[in-house]
Write a protein that binds this ligand. Structure first.
Ligand code: ADP
Length: 319
């Protein structure tokens, strides 16, 4: 099974012609729904076919109740800690060109406790992959990764968002780290002291990318997602995961992407599910599956609602 430890937000989305300027009051088309990186990734893992549990913190309010119905609809085992804070929220403005401005109110997500994460030992015993992001307190993320390793599961860290603090100790707890280009550049600058522009990452040659990944996570596997280009994988020699090569690119599928919101969440949930399903298969196979799953998610609007199902991925791309 897959355990996702992370955030749940009520997304409030306003589509406007232009983003509001300071002091301005403008009109926009409003929509609301469940979101948050943790929730989106749990939905992706579940729809990719994994038995999935989602460990999070919810407020005793309408937002908290909003989490339960969609989680149940996707068969997700929701393990919510009751928080005294309001359920997490995101205020999202999107302009006509698809550019956005986002404000997150962490609320309950900021109170997720390490003890709650490790409170369900029976859950951890059955886990193949534990997947965490950085929209939760560092202590909870550390507890999740450490518990994964103790249980013999793969500890996977999606280091998002890019501006969230990370410590060297946190990275050391992860078997697999999955930054996008912006997060990769942030981690390199913070932990390796190397500067690279996010826009320049995809164009770097494999050997240079591999060298940078090895400095970032000497013992494990780094997967850098490269948007429409696909993904770059770098393994430590001792963490080859069924692959013959230590580094390689896996090309993205060509689709008519209309909304890439949540593409990274789709990729992470699907990669965790694929790993849990067939840990003995070469890692490159799982990354190809995650590329396919994420590609389909970009053809539909939104994040969690846009996640495809395993059957759709098979029907579109074959096995
Ligand atoms: P994020 O959403 O975190 O910025 P990326 O943009 O790197 O993450 O996208 C994650 C994954 O989604 C990519 O590795 C790729 O598999 C898929 N993807 C994203 N954009 C496209 C696209 N335009 N066409 C096909 N696949 C895409």
């Amino acid at each position: 099974s897959v355990i996702v430890v992370g955030s749940f937000n009520v997304d409030h989305v306003w589509r406007c012609a232009d983003l509001p300027a300071v002091g301005a009051t403008i009109a926009g088309q409003y929509a609301t729904g469940p979101g948050g990186k943790g929730f989106n990734q749990a939905v992706a893992a579940a729809r990719a076919g994994a038995r999935t549990a989602f460990v999070c913190a919810l407020g005793d309010d309408a937002g908290g109740r909003l989490a339960r119905e969609p989680a149940a609809a996707d068969g997700i085992d929701l393990r919510a800690e009751a928080s005294g804070q309001p359920t997490g929220t995101a205020g999202i403005y999107v302009d006509a060109r698809g550019r956005n401005t986002i404000v997150i109110g962490a609320g309950a997500n900021g109170t997720l406790g390490a003890a709650h994460v490790t409170a369900a030992p029976e859950l951890l015993r059955g886990a193949r992959v534990v997947l965490a992001q950085l929209e939760s307190p560092p202590a909870a993320v550390e507890a999740a990764l450490a518990a994964a390793r103790e249980a013999g599961a793969t500890a996977m860290l999606n280091p998002a968002p890019a501006n969230a603090p990370t410590s060297a100790g946190l990275l050391r707890l992860a078997d697999i780290v999955t930054p996008n280009e912006t997060e990769f550049a942030a981690l390199l600058s913070r932990h390796v002291g190397e500067r690279v522009e996010p826009e320049a990452v995809a164009a770097l040659d494999g050997a240079s990318l591999h060298a940078a990944c090895r400095k970032l996570l000497p013992h494990g596997t780094v997967v850098v997602t490269l948007g429409a280009v696909g993904a770059f994988v770098s393994h430590a020699e001792e963490d080859l995961r069924g692959d013959a090569q230590t580094y390689y690119r896996v090309a993205a599928e060509s689709v008519s992407a209309s909304d890439t919101t949540g593409a990274g969440d789709a990729f992470n949930g699907a990669l965790a599910a694929a790993l849990a399903r067939a840990p003995e298969q070469p890692f490159a196979t799982h990354v190809r599956y995650a590329n396919r799953f994420a590609a389909l998610s970009t053809e539909r609007p939104g994040a969690a609602p846009a996640m495809p199902r395993h059957d759709e991925v098979m029907a579109r791309f074959g096995a």
